[in-house]
Write a protein that binds this ligand. Structure first.
Ligand code: FAD
Length: 457
């Protein structure tokens, strides 16, 4: 009886899962293993919102495996030790895993390979499981990765993605393997009040429903904050309950004007992943330094606290920051704006904002979060690194009648239409009773300081 281990990481699904398919084809029985890895918590990535979503994903994966005659095996501790133990207990020769992109995932792969090979076992690393296209599979002539999105998108669009694999019909797991209980969302405290539910079943349901109702209008409506018409698939793509290759196939199959605009966003995800795979240090260090000397000290801390609480006095910034706290999710247009506000208008280090996002975002992802923050701060891949978004202009453009702001900032409920984006223009008595703060900073002052700092005045 041959045994293989499949180590699930950011690929918590049964559909379109190349490592599971390979293991099932090459062994009589398979151990589907998830390790609650101490290293993830030590690296500071173990936030309540993601822990709760992860618990849903594991419970659903276990159910899916049980429906097929198997079950999920859960262990806790150091991932390399635990994989070694499970392989030794079951006599498995082969271990299958999806390739990761972060520095942590790359080190994990090396440690696993060394440990397994020293015991005479083999590690099989499968590409294009957590991304649609494997990082490094398309490169420019003179580099190991693309540093600019548009040429990457052009090349990426010409590549054929593999056809998505179906879910297996049966999974035979060897008898008698010990498993910790599958974690439950109920064990997690401190989550956002309106946190989305996780799991492959929920991800597939959401994809199908959103495709029916919104995909065709994606190009026109994806920046309309009040419409909330984007897919909200980001946590499913982060935890791998949906395969990015399958999402692209299914979007393209339906065609329509929205499909390519949506697929372009999935390509942004691959783009950031291929940057991080080639430059893992970009999770902490500037990808392209602008020699910033970010503000620090009491005043900067006070302003950062107001930003986190959604009390900057700029309604669009505050609405988005409150949505983040309440849902563990924020619309992309909001993310761009609040990141520009923190890093450029307040001139606070992008790492401070990225950390706060990682503490709350259910889709918090090293590649997408750190590199989008760098993009917004102008230290990343943006070809216009010194652009500054104005929250009033952005508000009037992407929330033209103020519906999004009034949804999240009840103090401003009484101000009609787009006037809500400039509450300081109301008369004094009206402002006094709303309890809404005065603007934290004059936008022109923030802009002038940023331009000076970047040597642009
Ligand atoms: P849709 O518009 O429906 O797009 C579909 C999918 O494409 C998304 O689910 C996502 O996987 C991908 N995508 C869309 N936009 C981007 C983008 N700019 N970069 C990379 N992938 C993208 N996304 C994360 O998944 N995790 C993060 O931690 C994260 N942090 C961000 C931080 C900042 C400062 C900014 C500006 C953006 C960040 N994003 C992050 C990207 C983007 O905002 C979210 O992916 C998107 O808002 C999720 O909503 P959606 O699923 O409805 O997106």
């Amino acid at each position: 009886m041959t045994v293989s281990v499949v180590l699930f990481t950011s690929d918590l699904r049964l559909h379109d899962h190349p490592p599971l398919r390979a293991a099932l084809l090459s062994a009589d029985t398979v151990v589907p293993l998830f390790v609650r890895d101490d290293g993830i918590a030590a690296a500071g990535f173990d936030a309540p919102n993601r822990r709760a979503f992860l618990a849903d994903c594991l419970a659903d994966l276990d159910t899916g495996l049980r429906d097929r005659g198997g079950r999920l095996v859960v262990r806790s501790g150091d991932v390399v030790d635990q994989v070694g133990k499970v392989a030794a207990e079951t006599g498995a020769r082969d271990v299958h895993i999806a390739a990761g992109v972060s520095g942590y995932a790359q080190r994990r792969e090396v440690r696993l390979r060394d440990a397994l090979e020293s015991e005479g076992r083999l590690l099989h690393v499968h590409d294009a499981v957590i991304t649609a296209l494997a990082p490094g599979s398309v490169t420019p002539a003179d580099s190991d990765h693309f540093a600019v999105f548009t040429p990457y998108f052009r090349r990426w669009s010409q590549e054929l993605l593999r056809d998505p694999l179906g879910a297996p019909r049966a999974v035979r797991v060897p008898d008698g393997i010990r498993s910790d209980p599958v974690p439950s969302r109920a064990e997690v405290s401190g989550t956002s009040a309106a946190l989305a539910g996780g799991g492959e079943t929920e991800g597939r349901r959401r994809l199908a429903a959103w495709k029916r109702s919104n995909l065709a209008h994606y190009e026109d409506r994806h920046d309309d904050l009040a419409a909330d018409a984007t897919s909200r698939l980001s946590p499913h793509l982060h935890f791998g309950t949906l395969s990015p290759a399958e999402v692209v196939h299914r979007a393209r199959k339906d065609g329509g004007p929205g499909a390519e605009a949506f697929v372009r966003q999935i390509c942004w995800r691959d783009f950031h992943h291929q940057v991080l795979a080639a430059r893992p240090a970009a999770s902490r260090a500037d990808y392209r330094t602008r020699h910033d000397r970010w503000r620090s000290g009491r005043q900067a801390e006070k302003e950062t606290a107001a930003w986190k609480e959604g009390r900057t006095g700029y309604p669009m910034v505050d609405a988005a920051m409150r949505q983040l706290r309440h849902e563990g999710w924020m619309h992309n247009r909001g993310r761009l704006l609040v990141a520009s506000f923190l890093t450029k208008t307040l001139y606070v280090d992008w790492r401070v904002g990225a950390r706060h996002f990682l503490d709350l975002l259910v889709d918090g992802d090293v590649a997408n979060n750190q590199l989008n923050w760098q993009w917004a701060a102008g230290t990343g891949t943006d070809t216009r690194p010194n652009r500054v978004l104005n929250p009033v202009v952005q508000g009037k453009r992407f929330d033209p009648d103020g519906t999004y702001v009034r949804r999240w900032v009840p103090e401003l409920e009484g101000i009609p239409g787009k006037a809500v984006h400039e509450p300081w223009k109301r008369s004094d008595p009206e402002r006094a009773c709303s309890g809404y703060p005065e603007p934290l900073i004059d936008l022109a002052d923030g802009l002038a300081r940023f331009r000076r700092a970047r040597g642009r005045d």
